[in-house]
Design a protein around this ligand. Structure first.
Ligand code: PBG
Length: 327
């Protein structure tokens, strides 16, 4: 025995009720945002082989998936558009065309759901360009930052006019938040917000997404996305995005960048989002399919870790499923 007070941290782990009482991090449906892919020219949803359980939607099926997600209580939806292969071009003209797939899907969902959820749109050209880059190219074939900003502005206006509440510029062009904010304000769209992809790293874990959006990219995005080796640069990007008017800031990917999520969360008072990307989804799914990990537990643990690191909002392909499970 002992004459010292017997300190036993395990006392607080003895029963499920005790653990629930002292749990520091919570996961609620409203914290989760569902990314969805809507493709043009499909007669039925098209499964994405490298993301089992995720599909490219038709407009009809995305309406059902969105209604189900909202019913489950998710915080919002992030839409990506996938034009038919023959409709991609060098400037990504489908992106700001009101009849482009993404804008049609936004209009359909806004008319179904009104303000009952938060509709977000990917404001980026890579799904729409035939070369697959997030911007337009100069004569030398390099991504032209300022010419791209003009395209983002046009795309942002089309998306807000179609019904988006929040725009998600994901292309990592310098000045993208400021250019979009100024254009929205000039057009009177002062209530439309910007979820800035603040620290978006050039990641190998985006692999399955490239299949999901039928990307035609040859090469990589290292001249615009951040180098995984860099930490301080995320804070530099953060300061710029805040100064340019970002309403919410995001770190992406999530799991390999939890230190960055923590850095950003400690530096700001605006909400922080993190994106659990395609490769994160696919790794857990594949390992679970092989019986190597417990799928449901791994999903919850991954999302809890991202919240614990400091994310207020988590974009995850499991949003609907997990939100429903949390009830
Ligand atoms: C680019 C974009 C990417 C993702 C979202 N927007 C991929 C990329 O940069 O190649 C990745 C999402 C995911 O992997 O789940 N506009």
């Amino acid at each position: 025995m002992t004459d010292r007070p017997y300190i036993r941290p395990r006392r607080l782990r003895t029963t499920p009720a005790m653990r629930r009482l002292v749990a520091q991090t919570s996961l609620e449906p409203r914290h989760l945002v569902l990314p969805v892919f809507v493709a043009d020219g499909l007669s039925e949803p098209n499964p994405i082989a490298s993301m089992p359980g995720v599909v490219q939607h038709t407009i009809d099926s995305v309406r059902r998936a969105a209604a189900e997600a909202v019913e489950a209580g998710v915080g919002g939806l992030m839409l990506f558009g996938v034009p038919a292969a023959g409709d991609k071009d060098v400037t990504g003209s489908g992106a700001d065309d009101p009849d482009g797939i993404l804008n049609r899907a936004l209009a359909a969902l806004r008319s179904d759901l009104g303000d009952s959820t938060v509709l977000m749109a990917d404001t980026c050209l890579d799904e729409f360009t035939d070369h697959g880059h997030c911007g337009v190219l100069d004569d030398a074939g390099r991504v032209d930052n300022d010419a791209t900003l003009e395209r983002y502005v046009s795309m942002a206006l089309a998306q807000v006019e179609a019904g988006a509440h929040l725009l998600g510029p994901s292309g990592m062009m310098d000045g993208q938040v400021g250019a979009i904010r100024a254009a929205l304000d000039d057009a009177g769209h002062t209530d439309a917000g910007i979820l800035a992809y603040t620290a978006k790293y050039s990641s190998a874990f985006y692999g399955p997404f490239r299949e999901a959006v039928g990307s035609s990219l040859q090469g990589d995005r290292r001249t615009y996305q951040q180098d995984p080796a860099n930490r301080d640069e995320a804070i530099r990007e953060l300061e710029l995005d805040l100064a340019e008017g970002a309403d919410i800031v995001m770190v992406k990917p999530a799991m390999s960048y939890l230190d960055i999520v923590r850095d950003v969360a400690e530096a700001v008072v605006v909400p922080v989002a993190a994106y659990q990307i395609s490769g994160e989804y696919s790794m857990i799914t594949a390992a679970a399919e092989r019986g190597w990990i417990d799928r449901d537990a791994a999903i919850l643990e991954s999302l809890t870790s991202i919240r614990r690191a400091g994310a207020d909002i988590v974009l995850t392909y499991w949003a609907t499923e997990v939100a429903a499970r949390l009830h």
